[in-house]
Design a protein around this ligand. Structure first.
Ligand code: ZN
Length: 338
C-alpha cells in the first residue's frame, strides 16, 4: 500500500491510479533560462524516486514533464545574450538533460515544450472565455478569479471577499506573492521586441500558468492522478492551474498534489534570486561528488520533511553556505552530498 501526503486534502491518503493500472503523473519541469541549481535538481530527483516507486508497485507510469521555453525569464535572458528565444532555450534544455543524466534520473514519458503547444493553450483560453472565467482587456486575456468559487482550495489563499461582484487587480507578471492574489494573465498582448504568436485576441504570448494546464491535459487527459512540483509552486502556479483546468473542463484536475520541499541554505531556500546556490557543475568541477556514487541519493539525504511543515529542515541537515561564490562548493557541501 502506498500512502502519499496530498497537499490538496492536507493528509496522507492511500494512492491508487484512478483506473487501477496507469499512474498519470505531471511534473512541473524546468524553465530553461539558466543552469538548474541543486535545489531544483532535488525536486527532479524526488519526482524520479516517486515514479520509480510507482513502477516498483506494479503500476504503469506515464510521466509528463514540461519544458518552459517561453515566459518572462526566458525572454529576458535571450534578449540579454542577444540570442533568439529558440537558440537560448535549446542551450539550457540540453544542459537540463545533461544534469538529469548525470544524476541517473529516469527519463519521463514526454517532455513537451510550451512553444509547441500554443494552439492547445488557445483552446483552453477560449473555453474559459465561453464559461465566463476569463475576459479580454487591452489585447490580453485575464482569468477572473472571482468567477471560480473554489479559488484557494489548494493553497488556502483566500482573496478578500471572493465573490462574483468583486473586482481584483490585474496581474501582468507570472510570479507574485500570496497577498497580491488577483486576476492573472492567460494571454499577454505582444510587446515590441518580444516573441509573439497570432491568436483570436491579437498577437501575444502565453502566461506561464496556462502552459502547464495545456500540456498536462494534452497528454494525460482532464484528470491527473498526481501532480508534482516544488513547494514554492503551490501558489500561485498550481492554484492557477486548478482554476484554469477545472474552469475549462468542469472536472477535477488532479487527485493528488505532491510537493517537494526546498533545499535550505542557512535558513533560507536555495534560489537564484538570493544567490545562495550551487549548480551540479560547481560540485562536479570541485570533485565533491564521488564518481561512482549516485548524486541523487545525496540530494535526497535530508529526507522529506512533513509537507505540512513548510519550514526549514532541522539544523543538522542544513546545507551551510558561507563563502564567496568561488568557494561555493566548500567542505560542508561535500559532507552533505557524500
Ligand atoms: Zn507547472
Amino acid at each position: 500500500m502506498l500512502r502519499l501526503y496530498n497537499s490538496l486534502t492536507r493528509r496522507k491518503q492511500v494512492f491508487e491510479p484512478d483506473d487501477g493500472e496507469t499512474a498519470r503523473v505531471y511534473s512541473c519541469g524546468p524553465t530553461v533560462y539558466d543552469f538548474a541549481h541543486i535545489g531544483n535538481l532535488r525536486t527532479f530527483t524526488f519526482n524520479d524516486i516517486l515514479c520509480r516507486y510507482l513502477s516498483f508497485k506494479g503500476f504503469e507510469v506515464k510521466q509528463v514533464m514540461n519544458i518552459t521555453d517561453v515566459d518572462d525569464k526566458t525572454i529576458a535572458g535571450a534578449a540579454a545574450q542577444g540570442l533568439s528565444l529558440a537558440e537560448y532555450t535549446e542551450k539550457y534544455t540540453q544542459y537540463f538533460f545533461d544534469d538529469i543524466d548525470a544524476l541517473n534520473i529516469r527519463r519521463a514519458w514526454k517532455y513537451p515544450q510550451a512553444t509547441q503547444h500554443i494552439s492547445q493553450m488557445h483552446e483552453i483560453i477560449q473555453k474559459l472565455l465561453d464559461n465566463g472565467h476569463a475576459y479580454v482587456a487591452e489585447g490580453s486575456v485575464y482569468y477572473d478569479i472571482s468567477s471560480f468559487a473554489d479559488y484557494g482550495k489548494l493553497s488556502g489563499v483566500q482573496p478578500e471577499e471572493l465573490s462574483s461582484s468583486t473586482e481584483f487587480s490585474r496581474l501582468e507578471g507570472d510570479q507574485y506573492e500570496r497577498e497580491e492574489a488577483g486576476d492573472f494573465v492567460l494571454w499577454k498582448a505582444a510587446k515590441p521586441g518580444e516573441p509573439s504568436w497570432d491568436s483570436p485576441w491579437g498577437s501575444g504570448r502565453p502566461g506561464w500558468h496556462i502552459e502547464c494546464s495545456a500540456m498536462s491535459m494534452a497528454y494525460l487527459g482532464p484528470t491527473l492522478d498526481i501532480h508534482t512540483g516544488a513547494v514554492d509552486l503551490l501558489f500561485p502556479h498550481h492554484e492557477n492551474e486548478i482554476a484554469q483546468s477545472e474552469g475549462a473542463t468542469g472536472q477535477q484536475f488532479c487527485r493528488f498534489w505532491v510537493h517537494g520541499e526546498h533545499l535550505i541554505v542557512e535558513g533560507q531556500k536555495m534560489s537564484k534570486s538570493l544567490g545562495n546556490f550551487f549548480t551540479l557543475r560547481d560540485l562536479l568541477e570541485g570533485q565533491f561528488l564521488h564518481p561512482t556514487r549516485p548524486a541523487g541519493a545525496g540530494l535526497l539525504a535530508p529526507g522529506h520533511p512533513p509537507p505540512t511543515a513548510h519550514r526549514p529542515l532541522p539544523p543538522a541537515t542544513q546545507l551551510h553556505y558561507g563563502g564567496a561564490p568561488a568557494e561555493r562548493a566548500d567542505r560542508r557541501a561535500a559532507q552533505y552530498l557524500h
